[in-house]
Design a protein around this ligand. Structure first.
Ligand code: MCA
Ligand code: AMP
Length: 481
């Protein structure tokens, strides 16, 4: 990835602030070199082997990611909040040759890494490794990153993005959002998805800017950081802005004023990953003086559409195509072409073929329209089986499959129920002869599913509504909540 070679131009600049310490780009080069040497041993290139990695939302993430790239591997990030069965699925499905983990995850991962090398890393000490020794591939067509994403069919798929894909995604954002080396962004997003990985980390790194890691999102801590640090950029999902608004509402008048003044230092605040409700846009404007810049993206493409940095940010709209990104509407479905678009789903030629049309356009599954000024507006998804909750995309079918392994469940339907805070929450419909309580189902699910896939609502029905073809009418089910 170009971010690694670019860093040699500004080794003295601070790349990250974390747990009270500053790490320069020079430190990051040294630490990532150390990781790549651990991975390579006596070899000179991992030749596109997948390396799964997990660290807390902290500085250590970066040397792991860069170290994998510098060794010629494909970085596969894990979610810190997933229970072991979800980790195990990714380790196996990606056919990983190694797992790099912060030592705090070592004992949980050890039983899952049968036959896969597990490399624990402590917190990093400046001075280890070397800034130059390890190679970075110049072949931009090689795979660089694999993120797992949910689709309409079954288990999550590995989205393979090349170095060229990532470079083009980053360069477009650096250009339109005017990233500069003096920027300082607070990182609060999970680092196994594009929003945190590309929009926050990779863009900051490409520009030689600074990232302050805040570990897992916490609204009180974010406000403290806003008030204490010289931050000027922030990116988050609407659920996070909602939490920050709630926290602000509990402040006294003085604190509210201080919070507003802190926000005045920012040059950009961005919202994405799910629809930003207009009342929230207005509330955030009152709280901070900022009109959030809403943009639209997808794991398979990085960012696709963005409201302008300068110029009108239209409420309810996601703006215009990014540089080099082509879009078209095919019977309402937004389709994308460009150097940003991923290459394939890992080991899944059928899904890959189905994802593109005959002319090579990637079909997003999102329905959109364009207004008279050229602004795109999203109208929803083509499939009811894709749910967005707290910014996470989840597949109803994936959850159904897991719930069917519960001893008391023989038939189940999962739907996304509209929710002001989360966008949608997971709703489960069971037949009334299946005896199970929501709390018990949640307890059982937490052992097997990520926290955001755990059912939040349950209804039981005598009869499940079906259409004339006998297919369950999920739109009807949603209304019943
Ligand atoms: C957690 N809880 C939930 C959910 N998640 N309840 C309903 N629905 C959910 N989705 C519950 C927990 O069970 C717990 O309940 C309580 O909320 C707090 O849980 P916790 O794990 O602490 O959650 P949180 O930290 O409050 O999480 C909220 C969050 C997080 C920070 C908004 O969901 C988040 O980081 N979302 C961002 C995801 C993201 O980055 N997506 C980008 C995908 P109890 O207290 O009862 O135990 S990339 C993408 O979409 C594209 C490319 C794009 O355009 O960006
Ligand atoms: P993911 O596959 O997790 O990357 O999620 C991508 C999906 O998030 C898109 O296909 C959209 O459905 C949704 N999405 C991202 N940004 C927005 C936005 N600004 N408004 C509405 N939906 C969005």
């Amino acid at each position: 990835m170009e971010v690694v070679s670019k860093a040699t131009q500004f080794t003295h600049r601070v790349a990250a602030h974390c747990k009270g310490r500053n790490f320069t780009y020079g430190d990051l080069l040294k630490h990532s070199s150390w990781v790549s040497q651990k991975l390579l041993g006596s070899r000179s290139d991992l030749n596109n082997e997948r390396v799964v990695f997990i660290t807390p939302q902290s500085y250590e993430y970066l040397p792991c990611q860069w170290g994998i790239w510098r060794a010629g591997g494909v970085a596969v990030p894990l979610c810190t909040q997933h229970p072991p069965p979800e980790w195990e699925y990714i380790i196996q499905n990606s056919e990983a040759s190694a797992v790099v983990c912060h030592s705090s995850y070592y004992s949980s991962l050890q039983p899952l890494c049968k036959g896969v090398k597990l490399i624990p890393l402590e917190d990093f000490v400046p001075g280890e490794g070397s800034a130059q020794e390890v190679f970075v591939t110049s072949d931009l067509e090689r795979p660089a990153l694999m993120i797992y994403t949910s689709g309409t069919t079954g288990k999550p798929k590995g989205v393979v993005s090349t170095h060229r894909n990532l470079s083009s995604q980053v360069k477009a954002l650096v250009e339109v959002w005017k990233w500069q080396e003096d920027d300082h962004i607070l990182e609060v997003l999970p680092l196994h998805h594009v929003h945190g990985i590309m929009c926050v980390l990779a863009c900051a790194n490409f520009a030689g800017a600074r990232v302050t890691f805040n570990s897992k999102f916490d609204q009180a801590r974010v406000w403290e950081e806003f008030m204490e640090k010289d931050l000027n950029m922030f990116m988050a999902v609407p659920t996070i802005y909602n939490r920050l608004i709630d926290e602000w509402n509990n402040f006294g008048e003085d604190m509210q004023k201080k919070a507003y003044q802190a926000c005045e230092r920012f040059r950009l605040m961005v919202s994405g990953s799910m629809a930003l409700p207009e009342p929230m846009l207005d509330k955030w404007h009152r709280v901070s003086g900022h009109t959030l810049l809403e943009r639209y993206g997808m794991t398979e493409c990085g960012m696709i559409l963005s409201n302008p940095y300068k110029g009108k940010r239209k409420p309810g709209c996601v703006g215009f195509p990014l540089p080099e990104v082509e879009v078209k509407l095919d019977q309402g479905e937004l389709c994308v072409k460009g150097p940003n678009v991923f290459k394939r789903y890992f080991n899944n030629p059928k899904a890959t073929e189905e994802a593109f049309d005959q002319e090579g356009w990637f079909k997003t599954g999102d329905i959109a329209e364009v207004d008279s000024e050229g602004y795109f507006k999203l109208l929803g998804r083509a499939s009811v089986d894709i749910i967005k909750t707290g910014g996470y995309k989840v597949s109803a079918l994936d959850i159904e499959q897991t719930l069917l392994s519960h001893p008391s469940i023989s038939e189940v339907n999962v739907v996304g129920v509209p929710d002001e805070d989360w966008g949608q929450v997971i709703g489960v419909v069971l037949k009334s002869n299946q005896t199970i309580k929501l709390e018990d189902l949640q307890e059982w699910s937490k052992q097997r599913l990520a926290v955001y896939k755990v059912p939040r609502k349950l209804i039981q029905l005598q009869e499940i509504p079906r259409n004339q073809m006998g297919k369950v009418n999920k739109k009807e089910l949603v209304k019943l909540f």
